[in-house]
Write a protein that binds this ligand. Structure first.
Ligand SMILES: [Cu+2]
Length: 154
């Protein structure tokens, strides 16, 4: 009976203490917690809204009649300008500082859009290339760009 205990390699007891204990705890006392509470509370500014002289914005109620050769003043970001389209026809228009900005307002009886319509001026373009409205519609343009635009009828 040869009990040949083959290679009893019990070398597995080598529990290599490889428990990487790297620099235990970074006990750096960072007492530099200077939370500066300098939040500027501008609460008082909102209440001071008086009737400022409206820069270039034209109130839709005062919208002039759209007509060839007519142009709005330049409007800055956030400002608006409006025209009323009383007569049927096509009104191609552009922006004077940016001639590539063009669009056409088409005024025709029975158009679904009537009363008011809005166009954005953003990224050096009008949001509509063609806008069809019924006679009497007031179209309002709003400038979303940092540069000034206007509405100038060809
Ligand atoms: Cu422009």
């Amino acid at each position: 009976m040869n009990r040949r205990w083959g290679a009893l390699i019990v070398g597995g007891v080598l529990v290599l203490g490889a428990c990487g204990q790297e620099d235990a705890q970074p006990a750096e006392d960072t007492d530099v917690a200077d939370h500066e509470m300098d939040k500027g509370d501008h609460d008082a500014d909102d209440a001071a809204k008086e009737d400022e002289p409206e820069s270039s914005s034209i109130d839709p109620a005062d919208a002039p009649e759209a007509a060839s050769g007519t142009a709005s003043p330049l409007i800055a970001k956030g400002e608006i300008t409006s025209f009323v389209f009383s007569e049927a026809g096509e009104f191609p228009l552009h922006c004077d500082p940016h001639p590539t900005m063009t669009m056409t307002v088409i005024v025709e009886d029975g158009a679904s859009s009537s009363g008011e319509a809005a166009v954005e001026m953003a990224d050096l373009a009008f949001s509509e290339s063609e806008l069809t409205v019924a006679p009497g519609t007031v179209v309002t343009w709003t400038n979303q760009d940092e540069v000034e635009h206007n509405v100038s009828f060809d």
